[in-house]
Design a protein around this ligand. Sequence first.
Ligand SMILES: [Zn+2]
Ligand SMILES: [Zn+2]
Length: 348
Amino acid sequence: MMKALQYRRVGRAPEVVEIPKPEPGPGQVLVKVTAAGLCHSDLAVMGWPEDQFPYALPMTLGHEGVGTVAALGAGVTGVSEGEAVAVYGPWGCGGCHSCAEGKENCCPHAAGLGILPPGLGSPGALAEYVLVDSPRHLVPLHGLDPLQAAPLTDAGLTPYHAIRRSLPKLLPGSTAVVIGVGGLGHLAVQLLRALSPARVVALDVSKEKLGLAAEMGAHETLLSDGEAAARIRELTGGTGAEVVLDFVGAGTTLAVAAASVAVAGDVTVVGLGGGTLAVGFGGGLPFEVSACFPYWGSRTELMEVLELARQGHVSCHVEIFTLEQAPEAYERLHAGEINGRAVVLPHA
Ligand SMILES: [Zn+2]
Ligand SMILES: [Zn+2]
């Protein structure tokens, strides 16, 4: 048996329960979880109404996991027991053009084949052990601290993927705006500093989170209020920001994004805040703006993010919890009281 944090009934808080320890079937790998991150998108999932809930319950949560290889299913090669690994979450079919390129986050077949990410349909990493469907979905840590590596599998990978598409616009003299300095946003600030010479402006409604953004290298920090877009215009001599990354995705923050992006800039909506952006004539965006709603990142991008962390360019601000404390950690995350990322150590 093993302990796991499960979302068991729609509308109820998640619970720590004892469930059978899984055994790896052919091609699968059992990973002993050393650290797993808590994500805002879990709160979004747990907020969905029963008639729209897409996954079978009970469901073990946790889509940010790292651990050590505990057992190999029949036929598995390329990994060995005891190896420290990060779990790549957006599992694809493995055989299509996207998957062959490592872009399993864009696999067009996964959903139809019932292939679901750990913690988002498949049993997740907020447990003592997690079953990984293929060794292809494991990336070696090569000495990286598991506490650091766990959040990087989503809170690092997702902004990295979002920023990479905009790198041609992040030139000396350019401005990048990060809206929302939570788990993803505080890593986005560091990734922008590591990958580009652009000036980084961070927005949040919390002064404490703006303090974290400044610590992480933001050049300017602004309270996200009715004045924010005008302040960004002022800071950029009236032209606006070349790249705006919205890690909240609410109607109010998307309005700030639309009002502060420059002509021919990028607006990238990462947060699941439920807002939408109108694209088209009269929609409010300047001409030539490219809007994108990215999903997670590719396998090679996860390797790159872990490498950036090993080189010391990014480090996650973490608050540590035991599995028993995880329900309380979700409550604090919901209340906006987690600075950086909440990380659970299931064997602590
Ligand atoms: Zn997430
Ligand atoms: Zn595929």
